[in-house]
Structures are given as C-alpha cells and as structure tokens.
Design a binder for this molecule. Sequence first.
Ligand SMILES: C[S@@+](CC[C@H](N)C(=O)[O-])C[C@H]1O[C@@H](n2cnc3c(N)ncnc32)[C@H](O)[C@@H]1O
Length: 315
Amino acid sequence: MEKLPTFSILESSQWSDYELLDSGDGLKLERFGSYTFVRPEVQAMWHRRWTNQEWNSAHAVFHPTNEESGGHWELKKKIPERWEMKYPIASAPSSIGKEAGPGEIRFWAMTTPGRHLGVFPETAPHWDFMAELIRRTLRPVKVLNLFGYTGLASLVAAQAGAQVTHVDASKKSVTWARENQSLSGLNEKPIRWIVEDALKFVQREGRRGSRYDGIILDPPKFGRGPKGEIWEVYKSLPHLLDGCRQILTDNPLFLILTIYAVKASAIHLGQLMQEAVSDPTGSLECGELVTREKSAGRLLSQAVFARWSSRPSQP
Ligand SMILES: C[S@@+](CC[C@H](N)C(=O)[O-])C[C@H]1O[C@@H](n2cnc3c(N)ncnc32)[C@H](O)[C@@H]1O
C-alpha cells in the first residue's frame, strides 16, 4: 500500500507589507503595502468583525461580474498606478557559491482587471521552502517556474542561487516580472524569461533532454497559451505532471504544485504528485495555504497544494 502524504496547513507569518485585516460575509479586506482593498471571497461564510466604517475606509473595492473572473475596481481613494512591496526571505544556512543568509525581493503591486494585485501572498511559505532547499545544496541548481505570473517565485529562487527558467503565456506578465527583477536588484542573476504555453514548453524540454532540479507550478483553473492553447486543469494537469517527471534530474530537489479555486482536495493533489515523483526517500506533503486574519485570527484557506522534496520527512 502506498504511503499517504503528510497533511499540513501552511501559513505565512513574515509579511509586514501584506495583511489579511478581516473577512466575512463573502468578502476579504486586505492591506497591500499602505493601501487596503476589498475583494470577494466566497468561502468567508462567517460574519465580519470590523465595523462598516473600517471596511468603508478601504482604498478600492472589486466588484465581480461573476464568481470566476471579470469585474471592475471601484476606487474610493487615490492610489498610485503601481507601488512597491517587499518580501523578506526567511533566513537559511548558506552554501558555498550561494547567496549568503536571508534576502529580500521587491516587486510592483497594482490593481488588475482580474481582481489580483500582482502577488499571491499565501504562496510565500513555498518560496521559503524552495529558497532553503536551494541554499543547502552545494551543486548548481536549475529551477523551472511554470505559470510564473509576476515572477516572485523566480526571483526568490534566483536570489537563493539557482539558475531559473520562468515560463508564462502572457507577455504582459513576463514584462512585469522583469521589472520586478530590476526592482529587486537581481538583474545579474541567471533568469531565462519565456513566453510559452507551459505544457508545450515542458514537452519540448523533455524531447531536448533538458533537466531541472526543482519545479514550481501554480496553474490556473482555465488558461490559454500564447497561441490559443487551452489549459483546463483537470484534463491538462496529469499530462503536465507526466512531462515534469521526465524533465526532473535523477536527483531532484523539489516539485511544488499549488491550485486555486478548484474543486480539488489536497489529498488528491498529493496522490497525483506521488505518481510524478515516485521516490520513496523524500517527503511528500499536501494541504492548504492559509492566511490568518488580524481581526479575529480566523484562517482563510486560499489554495490547496502538494509538494515533494528530497529532504526526508521528519520522524
Ligand atoms: C499564477 S497563475 C494562477 C494564478 C492564480 N493561482 C489563479 O488561479 O488565478 C496565472 C498565470 O498563468 C498564466 N497562464 C495561463 N495559462 C497558461 C498556459 N497555458 N501556459 C503558461 N502560462 C499560462 C497566466 O498568464 C498567469 O500569469
């Protein structure tokens, strides 16, 4: 019988530039840098703790047209077109030739038509996890970031000393990611920026014999490649993970998968991941990425994840 993955709740506690202030009644109130935003959050079924006055003082409110996507921002107060935020990477032992100790990445945040602001703060525990694995490894490390969006995972990996390949279907997102690279002062770091369909890219790398020590992927439920290639998570993900398995090195460091807003249990992702790595010596973990609200300390689950690392499980 196969060993079941460990189940974990991962919470990021390090952000000074991000806070979930309150949640409830299908909404969340968050702070990104100095600005506060109200966004829909259907799973926040409980009641808000802060007063209407506190909620009404938000800088902007997102009004969705439907649950999945689309809608518009209503600006209540003046905010800049974009503003700077930073994330301090947790400290970890450094290895020869790798960046010493903890670091920081800087990036631009802004309101976008798809309700997002250029960062998914709840994925930060994966960044720390990945940075530590990269720093602890003495050999050069190659990392692939699929569906890389604004590049934050790519910058964390590069800062920790990896050679990074970043893939996203959107030219606009890749431009934003490159601006974040400059803002972080990481222009000298080896990052390949690629506008491509993630599945096509992985399959091509497989044929070319390219190999990666670590892969991080954050696929959307539905997406399109630059040539209209259709990404549909339930159908496409098994093919993508098959491809990932082929391009991992013989002695890989990690495979990290996060999924938002889908009806998928973390256990199912963990079991899917089990097939993709088939290495009994590492540790396989699955669970939920959460943020804790400031108002009442309730946890808001934002995504499910599964991740494998070569580091053996804790006894
Ligand atoms: C960060 S991911 C997912 C974000 C978030 N987890 C969500 O569900 O909205 C979104 C990124 O995937 C990219 N994307 C969508 N379809 C893609 C595809 N077929 N190949 C590569 N990237 C794709 C988008 O351009 C976007 O930057």
